[in-house]
Design a protein around this ligand. Structure first.
Ligand SMILES: Nc1ncnc2c1ncn2[C@@H]1O[C@H](COP(=O)(O)OP(=O)(O)OP(=O)(O)O)[C@@H](O)[C@H]1O
Ligand SMILES: [Mg+2]
Length: 381
């Protein structure tokens, strides 16, 4: 993903990009000719080999121009390509069948003709003393015109957008199904190792006590006391399991209340900025709550931090959250199961998680979840 440029280019930057366009004219021509020639040569095998090398090159050239158009327009120009599967032949097939590849060719024709003329006009005006004022006023409009056309051809079309969406949904569904199965296994294991084992012990103690009542009432009483202790432990463990499925505090006090309760349990001071008016859909609240809980648990376990913070902001369409700490940094979602679990839960709601944690800190885990509010109740804290 390219970073989102925030400001449009001025005359100087626009001219720099025009110069780059002019310098890249020859590589564009060469890549275009190579793609056309190797496509024709696919009737004999050598074309396939050529295409293997040339198609990635054509994507590189197009991506470079996407970045330049994004700089001129001050808005990102997304890449439209579908994911390429591993393996040279499968990869080549996927690239050849991707409509974006063929639109790149169309774009090259534009870049070698009208687009080139626009960029050249800017460069030529910049070089003459008489044309300098003209250059100052015309550079930006000319380069914007070129970049708008570049963007129109190089951005994903509606079909690509839908295909990509289907691909993303299929991937996130697979992750969610995996995650749900893992959750079920965890709950099953927690029940099996905790309450189930304790209740078996209670039943055993009560059975023994029943046998001993006539002959040794004291021993029977001891066993009953023991059984009582074990049953309260089982109850505590059952509560923990239930809390892990849908925390009662979330149902009672909503997201902001539940997050405040999490912060109170932390040994490190947690600064809260929670602005979520009303209630969000229960599954979203649950996913966000568990995400905050995991990040705060990570802060306590790994960060060695002196301060942490949680912000939640809901603007009516998107919930934005951030959990940070001033600890040692080095959080890496690839090395544990907590952060990937959070990402998987959020992905089910089209949520996107990002982790910034340079060595030495600070660690900031942030995410955005698009969602509609489910009630007008106002809860601010
Ligand atoms: N706030 C943090 N500060 C420093 N390091 C962190 C922080 N959060 C996570 N990490 C590092 O990133 C790794 C991955 O975190 P993750 O939550 O995925 O796994 P975990 O906490 O080790 O295990 P689990 O969450 O499955 O019990 C951690 O092992 C830890 O080394
Ligand atoms: Mg963790």
């Amino acid at each position: 993903m390219q970073p989102a440029p925030t400001r449009r280019a001025g005359p100087l930057k626009a001219s720099g990009i025009a110069t780059a366009h002019v310098l890249l004219f020859t590589p564009v021509v060469v890549v275009f000719v190579l793609v056309v020639v190797s496509s024709v040569l696919t009737v004999v095998w050598v074309g396939v080999l050529l295409l293997l090398a040339v198609l990635p090159l054509s994507r590189l050239v197009a991506d470079l121009h996407r970045t330049m158009a994004a700089t001129v327009l001050g808005e990102p120009v997304p890449s439209p390509y579908l994911p390429v599967p591993p393996g040279p032949l499968r990869g080549l097939r996927a690239r050849a069948l991707d409509p974006a590849t063929w639109r790149d060719l169309l774009w090259m024709m534009w870049a070698m003709s009208g687009g080139f003329v626009l960029s050249l006009l800017v460069v030529v005006k910049m070089l003459g003393v008489i044309t300098l004022p003209l250059w100052w006023y015309a550079a930006v409009p000319l380069m914007r015109a070129r970049s708008l056309i570049d963007r129109a051809i190089l951005s994903p079309g509606r079909t690509e957008q839908l295909e990509r969406r289907v691909h993303d949904l299929t991937a996130s569904r697979a992750v969610v199904v995996d995650h749900s199965a893992a959750e079920l296994r965890r709950i099953e294991r927690d029940l099996h190792d905790g309450p189930q084992a304790r209740l078996a012990a209670v039943s055993l103690s009560l059975g023994l006590a029943d046998d001993l009542f006539e002959t040794d009432p004291d021993a029977a009483r001891r066993l009953i006391n023991e059984a009582r202790g074990t049953s309260s432990t089982a109850l505590g463990e059952l509560r923990d399991v239930v809390r892990g499925i849908h925390p009662p505090v979330l149902a009672d006090r909503g997201l902001t209340g539940a997050v405040s309760a999490l912060a109170l349990d932390m040994a490190v001071p947690v600064e809260l900025a929670l602005d979520v008016p009303g209630r969000l859909p229960a599954p979203v609240e649950s996913a966000v709550y568990f995400a905050v809980a995991e990040c705060l648990a990570n802060t306590a376990k790994h960060a060695g931090a002196g301060q942490s913070w949680v912000t939640l902001r809901y603007d009516g369409a998107v919930l934005r959250a951030e959990v940070g700490d001033d600890g040692r940094g080095g959080a890496d979602p690839r090395s544990g199961s907590g952060l990937p679990g959070v990402a998987a839960r959020l992905a089910a709601f089209d949520g996107i998680l990002s982790v910034s944690s340079p060595t030495g800190g600070p660690t900031v885990v942030s995410w955005e979840v698009p969602c509609a509010s489910s009630s007008p109740k106002t809860t601010r804290s």
